[in-house]
Design a protein around this ligand. Structure first.
Ligand code: SF4
Ligand code: SF4
Length: 221
């Protein structure tokens, strides 16, 4: 197995462990809010309990996540792009060019910016020439369909031909430490250091969404 696949599998294992601990922690906090005399699994139709839990999600957990994420982004400023050009040469999206175009037409800001920078590769094989380990990792892990893009402003000697005027999307990358980065990336150490906190935040957000949906479904049924 190549290193990237090992990294991805190790990330998934870490995430499962963190997710399990977060789920236990949140479940404990929900129990602590159970009103006296109320029995049964949450949610059970007691509005006071629902309100107390939703308040705890919004005013405590979501706030903590927000603060942690701001700290992660602030720490990112200690690192910088070393212009290895990997992210200019190979950008991936779960969306095809056609879907991105539709999203942009519907006002999606990210899709608009992405399409203003990147053009699609002719084929996966073209992309494989740029970063074979990454493509192999996606294949090994049978990830959902991924589309590959590159920036035509990159020169043959792997330099941005308009670096001073590069768009915001380029300046901000990588803005999520859970992105897969090559070791050549100047933000690789940042990613490694903040990854556990980012995984914790991600797990907390997923669990909160799960409970919110559970509450909605309970009252719809
Ligand atoms: S505009 Fe420059 S920095 Fe941005 S992706 Fe293209 S080559 Fe890279
Ligand atoms: S992969 Fe990282 S170091 Fe390389 S060009 Fe992109 S942001 Fe810069």
């Amino acid at each position: 197995m190549n290193d990237l696949s090992e990294n991805l599998n190790s990330l998934k294992t870490k995430y499962r462990e963190i997710f399990k601990n977060s789920a236990e922690e949140i479940s404990k906090r929900i129990e602590e809010l159970r009103p006296a005399g109320v029995t049964g699994e949450f949610p059970c139709g007691n509005r006071d309990w629902d309100d107390a839990v939703l308040k705890m999600f919004d005013e405590e957990i979501s706030r903590d996540i927000y603060i942690k994420w701001q700290e992660i982004l602030a720490y990112r400023k200690m690192f910088s792009c070393n212009r290895c050009a990997t992210c200019c040469n190979l950008a991936c999206s779960e969306f095809s060019p056609e879907v991105l175009k539709k999203k942009a037409e519907n006002g999606d800001n990210f899709a608009t910016q992405f399409l203003s920078v990147f053009v699609p590769y002719e084929s996966k094989e073209e992309a494989r020439k740029i970063y074979p380990e990454y493509i192999k990792m996606l294949e090994d892990n049978k990830e959902d369909e991924v589309y590959f893009y590159h920036c035509p402003k990159l020169s043959d000697c792997k330099l941005c031909t308009d670096y001073e005027n590069r768009p915001q999307i380029c300046r901000d990358f990588p803005d999520n430490p859970l992105s897969i980065l090559p070791e050549s990336c100047g933000f690789y150490e940042w990613k490694k250091e903040v990854e556990p906190v980012a995984l914790l935040c991600h797990s907390m957000m997923e669990i909160i969404e799960f409970y919110k949906e559970k509450i909605c479904t309970f009252y719809q049924d």
